[in-house]
Design a protein around this ligand. Sequence first.
Ligand code: NAG
Length: 352
Amino acid sequence: MASLSPSEALVLVTGGSGFLGTYCIIALLNAGYQVRTTIRSLTKSSFITTSLKTGGISDASLKNLSFIAADLTKDEGWPKAAEGCTYILHVASPFPANLPKHEDDLIIPAREGTLRVLRAAKISGVKRVVVTSSFAAVAYGHPAQSSPFTEESWTDTLSLDVTPYEKSKTVAERAAWDYVNSPEGEGLELSVINPVGIFGPVLSSDFSTSIILIQRQLNGDLAGCPRLVFGIVDVRDCASPHLLAMTHPKAAGERFIGISGKAMSVQEIAFCLKERMPNEARRTKTRILPDWLVRFIALFDGEVRSVAPMIGKRIDGSGEKAKKVLRWEPRSREDAVVATGESLVRLGLLKK
Ligand SMILES: *[C@@H]1O[C@H](CO)[C@@H](O)[C@H](O)[C@H]1NC(C)=O
């Protein structure tokens, strides 16, 4: 296939309403691509448009974006969504309406959803799919590590410590690799990005656990800092390797883990906020919370519960491969943290 200039290439982004999905759309439109995004319901399109405008996208650029309804848990819509696309960024994860009763209720839709996208890509002659996996598919179910994980590391789905979410991300990524290595998927190029904690400027009041951590620290709603250490990436620096992996000749067939700057502890985040945003962070508490107390708080606080299994572990990749192969250069972890805080101030999402 002759290579297309960005303005001729159509890119499908799945999950355009999510934090990372929206930033992938922004990066693609700014690079001059034609973009199509799938959403579960077309009524969500005005929410995305508003977020994109908050992210600096002009009305003229929005003309190069279209919406199509498709749900990862259903077959309808996917062939049409992939039609005519040169690339697909598969950012979406299926989103269970209710907390699943059995882990298979999370794992099977995650695997099937990824396969729906890949099959549609193959049938439509898409050149390459970039799948957003997660550090959840890399780093869990292992004893505490002293050195960073590598591209060869996989979450041990047989470990009793591994949650259904982590299993679902692992199984879905493995299914993607198995598909492109099978006769059915032959010829379709795959590249996978495994980010760690995604921070950065929020575009709406609908946000993830990592953003809630910053919001709670600034509001003084956390009694202190749980002993957690994780890699941090600004959402813009998480979108950029998706675009690089989409076109870089050496990215096909490769996995890029630990898309993050250096890891940071929750306490280091608190100190960073206090130093760089002293007024807004006047309520931020920097003392370390004992592990037993965090586990106790987790009993009645869902946000804390979701991070409790990670206490004392280092959730850290190096990001070195992305830097070397893709020439990826993320901003500093401190800038990612501060960008999050400043956006919460700007959008009026903190306590007065
Ligand atoms: C939209 O796409 C067209 C190509 O079809 C391109 O010429 C134009 O510059 C794009 N608009 C913006 C604002 O990027």
